[in-house]
Design a protein around this ligand. Structure first.
Ligand code: GLA
Length: 739
């Protein structure tokens, strides 16, 4: 892995040198702001009325090209004012605005009219800070724009400041609005539910608004804060795509609206539902960041840009000089093997088997603390259960480390069971409306992390846990959504601040823990993939995409996941068959190959595995270790989608220097004797020669052992004739031969 880091550093430097430089310019004559990065140009201007008007977002134009002065859009009869038809960078709700506002406020005197005009701007590194102000009142909004030179991804957010003498209540605050001209578009977004996350939903945009959101206090399984809009003729590898991802792990909303002139506006930020943030005089509110990018290579190109951006600019790195985080250790996790029934002897037995497989990290899941026998008790009491671990965690951790693995532990810090010492001591610490019922889900309540004392308690016990034990990794879980989100310590008008302060405190705790324990890594889990977004990924190294570990379901879940998130963070365990979720049986090889498309883990009851299972898993873990950097950090091509009942699926990844590529092929269920489709590979260097080595399965008899990149891309890779049946997988690697 050391070799990989230095190689990766070299290629990242080479890539950043070859990328077109970024530029942020302001033309004082035309009053146009322009941001250029990689293949992208973004432009907006101050129109004659003083509004900040969107101009252009798309492929990079020449530095010598200049945008004409901006002109507000026309009024569409007397029913649609020019204020509503003009696409603004950040429109206040006021004047005649009927489309989604970026900002809506109520002043102390009841006035709710807010019209934001350009006031000033400052050039900063890689972008601008542009200040808007209400036409009369002292409400200032600073719009932050930063463009990434390597990807062309723009990071946008806003700071809203009250310089009035009296409080102002913010009822709606977006991070940014994006606009596209009238055309035919397809919207892509991710939907799901517990154990069914990451369904790519695609639909034509029509007049009206499509709202994707979470009102749950957290990101949610049901929708994910990511979107991609394809131009009419775009597909997986061709055509224009505009995409965005919101970095926020609280309630959020993205509204994609086609207005009365067929123009498209995408506005996203805090969810305005039940929102109310009171700004006292001189206070300000910072919105989350809304990232936006553009690709001319279809949805595949969009996700490759986003993956690289996440690796280089979002995810934490334990070494600040490394260009990307290191690939994830291959883990073993005890959950599906033992559930709550963890004991020292049982975990040691699993750890011994895990070490024999070549596992890097052993993770003990739920059940080790308080009076935790099942999900009825214990959350909140983060002391070691003495019946299960009479000498504490030390003997187990020592054993795991002696076996050559590091140790990880499950926690669910923001929750409490009413049957716990913590709740008995602090019943007022939970989200609730006093005197009203407190709805339990999974027999638990949500601690009000917005409260400073709760924040300090959570930080304190986690810090102590990490100080007292040799823990390399925390699986940070979150197993319910909010209900009755009251914060009764604050005056009535201020209680809705909980939507902002809870999530901010979560980030504060994570940042502080990472500072105090820089070697500790963290996974974001929320009953599977309920908290995956670019906000939490700034503080966590990986995520648990789903509690559904059925390897066939995972193919389509992983496919959906990779539209928005890099395979580096996509943990994928192999678990026992038949899996409870579908009662379907599958081979171990099939499950291994499915999981090897992401960051591999094992979650089976390996004590029960026979010698053949052990040998199969050991062999494939060893193969995986060799190609993991290419799989999780390379450029991903989704060659055949597993969606919509597809008979087949295939993916390919190519590392950035194009010296290695890995191909996975899966058969769901062969029908009518059909052979596996020819795989025309992508992204190789046409003039280099690549040697094909099977990881699992065979290529068609007569397939050359070595052929040019041009051969693999134009002629393609053919599977063995015998590759037919149900739930089968194959994998190959291609290594560049020395020139
Ligand atoms: C959640 C997680 C699982 C497991 C259990 C433990 O459901 O997603 O992986 O950790 O909690 O209770």
């Amino acid at each position: 892995m050391k070799t990989f880091s230095s190689l990766a550093l070299f290629f990242a430097l080479a890539a950043s040198l070859s990328a077109q430089p970024s530029a942020a310019t302001f033309n004082t004559t035309t009053k146009i702001f322009r941001l250029d990065g990689d293949n992208v140009t973004y432009a907006f201007g101050v129109n004659p009325r003083g509004e900040l008007q969107q101009m252009y977002w798309g492929g990079r134009v020449a530095a010598t090209d200049s945008f004409p002065k901006t002109h507000p859009m026309r009024e569409a009869a007397s029913f649609d004012s020019s204020y509503t038809t003009t696409p603004q960078e950040y429109a206040g709700w006021g004047a005649g605005l009927f489309v989604e506002p970026a900002l809506k406020v109520t002043f102390a005197d009841g006035n709710r009219d807010l019209v934001l005009h350009y006031e000033s701007h400052k050039e900063v590194e890689h972008g601008f800070d542009v200040v808007l102000k209400d036409i009369q009142r002292q409400v200032f909004v600073t719009l932050h724009y930063r463009i990434d030179a390597e990807s062309g991804i723009l990071a946008r957010s806003a700071t809203i400041e009250n310089r009035e003498q009296a409080p102002v209540t913010i009822e709606q605050a977006a991070a940014a609005s994006w606009a596209l001209p009238a055309s035919h578009y397809t919207l892509n977004y991710l939907t799901g539910r517990w154990a069914g996350e990451w369904r790519l939903t695609q639909e034509a945009l029509h007049p009206g608004a499509r709202v994707i959101e979470s009102r749950r206090g957290t990101t949610g399984h049901q929708a994910n804060p990511w979107f991609a809009i394809q131009a009419g003729d775009s597909n997986e590898e061709h055509g224009e795509v505009w995409f965005g991802a919101l970095a926020w792990s609280g309630s959020w909303r993205i509204s994609v609206e086609q207005d009365q002139l067929d123009e498209v506006r995408v506005t996203g930020g805090f969810n305005p539902f039940d929102f109310g943030y009171v700004l006292a005089p001189n206070q300000s509110l910072e919105t989350p960041v809304f990232y936006g990018g553009y690709s001319e290579n279809g949805l595949g190109g969009a996700s490759r840009i986003l993956h690289n951006f996440e690796l280089k600019n979002v995810l934490p790195r334990n070494r600040s000089d490394a260009p990307t985080p290191k690939p994830r250790p291959v883990i073993y996790n005890s959950w599906e093997a033992t559930e709550f029934n963890v004991t020292e002897a049982g975990q040691v037995a699993l750890a011994e088997r895990a070490a024999a497989l070549g596992i890097d990290r052993f993770v003990m899941d739920d059940g080790w603390f308080g009076q935790r026998k099942d999900d009825h008790a214990g959350l909140g009491d983060w002391y070691v259960n003495k019946e299960k671990f009479p000498q504490g965690l030390k003997p187990l951790i020592d054993k795991v480390r002696q076996l050559g693995m590091d140790f990880g532990l499950w926690v669910e810090p923001e929750m409490v069971n009413p049957d716990s010492d913590l709740y008995r001591a602090h019943p007022d610490w939970v989200l609730n409306f006093p005197g009203r019922p407190r709805s339990e889900q999974r027999n638990q309540l949500v601690l009000n992390l917005a409260r400073p004392d709760v924040r300090d308690y959570v930080l304190g016990f986690l810090d102590k846990l990490l100080n007292d034990n040799e823990i390399a990794f925390l699986k940070w879980d979150y197993n319910r959504n909010w209900s009755e989100p009251g914060w009764d310590q604050l005056p009535a008008a201020e209680q809705k601040k909980v939507y902002v302060e809870f999530t901010r405190n979560l980030y504060v705790i994570l940042a502080e823990l990472r500072k105090r324990h820089p070697k500790v890594e963290i996974e974001s889990c929320s009953g599977g993939g309920g908290r995956v977004d670019l906000g939490i990924l700034k503080y966590t190294d990986e995520v648990w995409p789903s509690d559904n570990t059925d390897p066939f379901d995972r193919l389509s879940q992983q496919d959906g996941f990779t539209y928005a998130y890099t395979p580096q963070v996509m943990m994928a365990w192999v678990t026992d068959s038949p899996h409870d979720i579908n009662k379907r049986s599958n081979s171990l090889v099939y499950a291994m190959l499915s999981s090897m498309q992401g960051s591999l883990g094992i979650g089976s009851n390996i004590v029960k595995w026979n010698d053949q299972d052990m040998a199969t898993a050991k062999r494939l873990i060893a193969s995986y270790h060799q190609v993991q950097p290419t799989i999780v950090q390379g450029d991903l091509y989704r060659l055949i989608s597993p969606r919509d009942g597809s008979e087949f699926s295939a993916t390919q990844t190519v590392n950035h220097d194009k010296t290695q590529s890995v191909v996975f092929a899966f058969i769901h269920s062969t029908q009518l004797g059909r052979g596996f489709p020819l795989l025309k590979l992508e992204g190789l260097n046409p003039d280099s020669n690549y040697a094909l080595t099977p990881i699992e399965g065979k290529a068609k008899t007569g397939t050359p052992a070595v052929a040019s990149g041009a051969w693999w891309m134009n002629h393609g890779l053919e599977m063995d004739e015998g590759f037919r049946g149900d739930f089968l997988g194959a994998a190959f690697k291609l290594d560049k031969k020395q020139d």
